[in-house]
Design a protein around this ligand. Structure first.
Ligand SMILES: Nc1ncnc2c1ncn2[C@@H]1O[C@H](COP(=O)(O)OP(=O)(O)O)[C@@H](O)[C@H]1O
Ligand SMILES: [Mg+2]
Length: 270
């Protein structure tokens, strides 16, 4: 079974047109016999809903600070989006089933960590934010064998059943690491890793993890790109053969990627 874990966020796939394009690509791949596990985030939608409810979205190193109130919004918004995604896939004749990450993973709260804030080391506790520690691949493999495409939204649970907000890239990498998968593809709103975020032509085709570290320390890789490259790192270290970032606004982005006919996006290797 050739499995691909494909992650996308609300910036990359925004609106009906993007969603239909992605659904059609998935449909084509599934018809060819490839197995796809979809993981989606919902950053912009969550921030918008938080603001509507008078909550201030706050992120550190690309991760959302999450308390009980924020978690409630996150779960609600992601749950709704999950339904929307599976409905759209169904319209393209893809048998899809939506589920939260806690049905196939075990997570734990992310430990407080230090960040450099204007030259000062500060410790940050993100609150109810989780990391994947284990995956139960059986449910996913059974679904894939039955030609059903799992669509996962990144709400995790710890071993006591406490819900945790997990960054979608982190969830996708955790799942990719836990099932034997060919490639982790993250669809985002930039063409790949850029040497200058404002210049789409500054994309790097290939990077090693050491080169990634240099770019992080120089501040070239920042914000939401940090959890993305860290997700790539953990997937590669867990034995996933290839990880790649592509632009969701690029027509046929995942098809091009999986067929590998043309250089595409940024590929990260060990
Ligand atoms: N070096 C970089 N190259 C590309 N994007 C970067 C870089 N550094 C920071 N970013 C930011 O990371 C963003 C992608 O992460 P994020 O906003 O979390 O999107 P997603 O919804 O795809 O996870 C880009 O839109 C860009 O603003
Ligand atoms: Mg992100």
């Amino acid at each position: 079974m050739k499995i691909f874990v494909v992650k996308f966020g609300g910036n990359a796939i925004s609106g009906k047109e993007d969603m239909m394009r992605l659904s059609k690509e998935v449909a084509e791949l599934v018809k060819k016999g490839l197995k796809i596990v979809l993981v989606h985030g919902g950053g912009p939608e969550i921030s918008a809903e938080m603001e509507k409810r008078g909550l201030q979205p706050e992120k550190v190193a690309g991760l959302r600070i999450t308390d009980e109130k924020v978690l409630e919004v996150v779960e609600e918004v992601l749950g709704k989006m999950n339904k929307y995604v599976t409905e759209n896939l169904a319209e393209s004749d893809v048998a899809a089933i939506g589920m939260p990450g806690y049905l196939c993973t075990l997570c734990k709260k992310k430990e407080p960590f230090t960040v450099n804030d204007n030259g000062k080391e500060v410790t940050v506790d993100l609150g109810l934010v989780g990391e994947v520690v284990d995956v139960n691949p059986d449910t996913l493999l059974d679904l894939l064998k039955s030609k059903v495409t799992p669509v996962i939204y990144p709400i995790g649970e710890d071993d006591k059943g406490n819900r945790l907000n997990v960054n979608a890239d982190t969830m996708a990498a955790g799942i990719a690491a836990g099932i034997e998968c060919e490639e982790l593809i993250t669809i985002t709103d930039v063409p790949g890793i850029l040497l200058d975020v404002k210049d789409p032509n500054s994309k790097v085709d290939k990077l090693t993890l050491d080169e990634v570290d240099v770019l992080i320390s120089k501040g070239v890789i920042s914000g939401g790109m940090i959890p993305k490259v860290e997700a790539c790192r953990s997937a590669l270290n867990a034995g996933v053969k290839a990880v790649r970032m592509v632009n969701g606004k690029d027509p046929r982005s995942i098809l091009t990627d999986i067929m590998k006919n043309v250089p595409h996006g940024t590929v990260i290797t060990k």
